[in-house]
Design a protein around this ligand. Sequence first.
Ligand SMILES: Cc1cc2nc3c(=O)[nH]c(=O)nc-3n(C[C@H](O)[C@H](O)[C@H](O)COP(=O)(O)OP(=O)(O)OC[C@H]3O[C@@H](n4cnc5c(N)ncnc54)[C@H](O)[C@@H]3O)c2cc1C
Length: 470
Amino acid sequence: MCFVGHPSEIRPPNRKSRLAPFPISVYSVCSVGNSSDTSQLPVAIIGGGITGLAAAHRLARQGRPFRLFESSDRLGGNIRTEHHPDGWLLEAGPNSLQLTPPVAALLDELALTPLTASPAAKNRYIVRNGSPVPAPASPPAFLQSPLFSLPAKLRLFTDLARRPRNRTADISLADFVGSHFGHELVDYGLRPFVSGVYAGDASQLSARHSFPSLWEAERTHGSLIRALAAHLPDGSVELNAHVTGLVPGQPWKLSWRRTDADHAPHTASFAAVILALPAASLASLPIGAMGERPLADLADVSYPPVSSLFIGYKRNQVSHPLDGFGMLIPPAEHRSVLGVLFNSTLFPGRAPADHVGLTVMTGGALRPDLAHVDDDPLLALVQNDLAELLGVNGDPVFVRRNVWPRAIPQYNLGYERFLDVIDRAENAHPGLHIGGNVRNGISVPNCLAAGETLASRATEPATEPSSQRS
Ligand SMILES: Cc1cc2nc3c(=O)[nH]c(=O)nc-3n(C[C@H](O)[C@H](O)[C@H](O)COP(=O)(O)OP(=O)(O)OC[C@H]3O[C@@H](n4cnc5c(N)ncnc54)[C@H](O)[C@@H]3O)c2cc1C
């Protein structure tokens, strides 16, 4: 599913909002004096990605004043749509998101209609022995699928006889799934999926933190961004505002500098602060009168690089029917490419007539070097894989590359040490609320849910701090 829209053009609303029309003075609080009653002060949201926007939307619905600071000149963070001449339309970051009930409810609130994937995109291909094979979508299809051997299929049945198990220590996702279903399912089921979702390494990812529902099961048994932005009150969003420090207290003091003009420093006071930032930004943010960095350890969170290459061909240059969502390539196949999305099958309007558009991901935890290879050699490697796997011939007619030097945080083994750092910072500083993909799950729906939770926590009367792990 994706949403029609143009996040790259998103700017804060410059019209009267229909929701929560706060008096303008609320947004121009600068150097408010030390008042003991801070409950009337706005909440500061730092980070204008999907987490920060979801928090802002929730606060606006509650009629609670807030101010959102985003260091770049656009909202959306990782979510960015690009329109190119001649009919090419691509996503620089996420291409789709799962329509969970909370996402559906939010879309309803925003009067947005989700753009669902075309029925033609029903197949998910996984490469085995050099050929894309449709991934089985049902138990009978699994039994008939050439993707897995007979012993691998039989292994699935032995798992049904297992007793519930209460593990005390975390293990890697690969070992976890392997212990239930065997190593063939790890190589041709789990590993390509992990590469496609996390750009990660299943031997490093923690089973407990990356798939908490699996862990729990064993124990017990138009544009989303633009719509969110459009519903925010006038003056509540400050772009080109890089937050440089926080001083905890009642009120919280926040400092920022403009990134576009004179770089002049600014300060303002807030009742509470929401941090919706990636790990590196959290790690470098001073929080304390002496410039302390309580989140400095988050600099060690692993964020492998990913290169997203959108490639356009004439339809007759590709012999594969492209009748699917895309194709995942297990590491065991020793290819350069992590996965390929069949964009023009998935959603309409991605490529001009009689052309197809594909998004090819390279890099990730297992081959980070392939995210940074120069354009021409990378294209040559990718073309080689596409020729063999999808029957592509000839040069592409359109190429656009986006490199994400720090793409997706990896919930690797031992990740609880980072969650502890976040818990400790919150516990030490009442009024500080931290969330987003570094803490609450990496998907867009996870981040939307995190933003909503952050907003409600920021408006609750101060209570005993607790761990907010999900
Ligand atoms: C290549 C790629 C593909 C993906 N594909 C999918 C997918 O298909 N489906 C899916 O569900 N998820 C996908 N994801 C994951 C998902 O996009 C992210 O987890 C999510 O968008 C993160 O949102 P966020 O708001 O937490 O953080 P971000 O989007 O990182 O936003 C944080 C914002 O904070 C700002 N900022 C940083 N420091 C400061 C500061 N000091 N002051 C002010 N502002 C600051 C940044 O400029 C940024 O805009 C993908 C991610 C990537 C990179």
